[in-house]
Write a protein that binds this ligand. Structure first.
Ligand code: ZN
Ligand code: ZN
Length: 357
């Protein structure tokens, strides 16, 4: 092995090497390092203060499950927690993850709310998938629709449950990938909106609950390691069947290659964004200033209908059309086959894990 088998801080055997700080750590020193950085991120970026009620968007995957665990471990006396578990209606995939999420809430003694797409919008991801197969011009993929629905739900329930911040499991790798993707695609506005707090962090308007990322400075590899060392049970089987992450996976591999050759690259990318943000004039973000209310659901919106309600109507319209079209089944099957071949780059969560550097 290219690294010493002793912990850099004590006589114990090392369990993990953190090349970006040229140290190998035993389990106990790694845990300390991980937890200190976690609480430091929250303090340094002022993600929340004592007494605020914090929501956690809990999927059952490693990031959100561990987030709930460490938030509960360090903040249960100062900040009440509430988990929001979303059931998007993806049979065979979400059922297991949701079961794990519920079990974890019970173990950690954290109250939770389960919200189903079908109850909120009358359509779920299976319906969206069918509508998209019937008419591929409806949108690029299920993920875009799903993301919009999730945002609407999280925001609505955060408000109803009196949550002042919503914590998500985004980690250093997710953020560094997004930064590079925005640079490569010249999406400056999106780049400028990135950061440890999304939504109306500046107290802007529109009833958007700020989203915070306490794992902003935590590498994915260390989330996996912490879960393994501390027996945190999480969902790690196949990724969402609708997920089209081909491009993001390319950036994941690129960053992992660079991190292996030039340790510290992911932190450099992150720090580049943070420095750029400090030097940018603070313009109110038009996307975050929602002044009106949706005619259908009353949620904040700049248009007559919020994006979720507009999408719901479009999906329903396609499904209605399909009902009266004698060739609908044929069209849906053919387009679904075509989408599947295009979507072949999916890796399972375990494959992605093995690539984490
Ligand atoms: Zn040690
Ligand atoms: Zn609406």
């Amino acid at each position: 092995m290219p690294f010493p088998s002793r912990c850099s801080r004590c006589e114990n055997e090392s369990a993990i090497t953190l090349a970006y700080m040229s140290q190998s750590l035993c389990v106990s020193h790694f845990n300390r390092h991980f937890e200190k950085r976690f609480t430091n991120t929250i303090r340094r970026h002022a993600l929340f203060s004592d007494g605020e009620k914090i929501g956690v968007g809990l999927s059952g995957g490693k990031d959100s499950v561990l987030l709930l665990h460490v938030l509960n471990k360090f903040f249960k006396h100062s900040n009440p927690l509430h988990a929001v578990i979303i059931d998007e209606g993806i049979p065979g995939y979400r059922d297991k993850a949701i079961a794990i999420a519920i079990k974890q809430c019970e173990t950690e003694n954290v109250p939770y709310t389960i919200v189903r797409f079908s109850d909120e919008f009358g359509v779920d991801n299976s319906d969206t998938s069918k509508a998209l197969s019937y008419n591929p011009n409806l949108g690029k993929g299920v993920c875009g629709f799903c993301g919009t629905f999730r945002r609407t739900i999280l925001n609505k329930y955060a408000r109803e449950l009196g949550l002042s911040k919503l914590a998500t499991g985004h980690n250093l790798d997710d953020e560094a990938q997004s930064i590079l993707m925005n640079v490569f695609d010249n999406h400056f506005e999106k780049f400028a909106r990135q950061g440890p707090v999304a939504g109306d962090s500046e107290g802007a308007t529109g009833g958007l609950v700020p989203r915070i990322k306490p794992f902003y400075e935590t590498p994915e590899k260390e989330i996996i390691a912490y879960c393994a060392f501390n027996n945190i049970d999480h969902y790690s089987e196949v990724c969402c069947p609708h997920s089209k992450r081909a491009k993001r996976n390319d950036f994941r591999m690129l960053l992992n290659d660079f991190e292996a050759k030039y340790p510290g690259t992911k932190y450099s990318v992150l720090n580049f964004l943070l420095q750029a943000k400090k030097r940018m004039p603070h313009d109110p973000d038009p996307l975050n200033v929602l002044v009106g209310a949706c005619a259908d659901c009353g949620e904040p919106s700049n248009a007559a209908l919020c994006q979720s309600c507009a999408n719901t109507r479009r999906i329903r319209t396609e499904l209605e059309k399909a009902k009266t079209d004698p060739r609908a089944a044929e069209t849906i099957a053919a387009n679904a086959r075509a989408q599947k071949t295009k979507n072949k780059s999916d890796l399972t969560c375990n494959e992605l894990k093995n690539q984490a550097t």
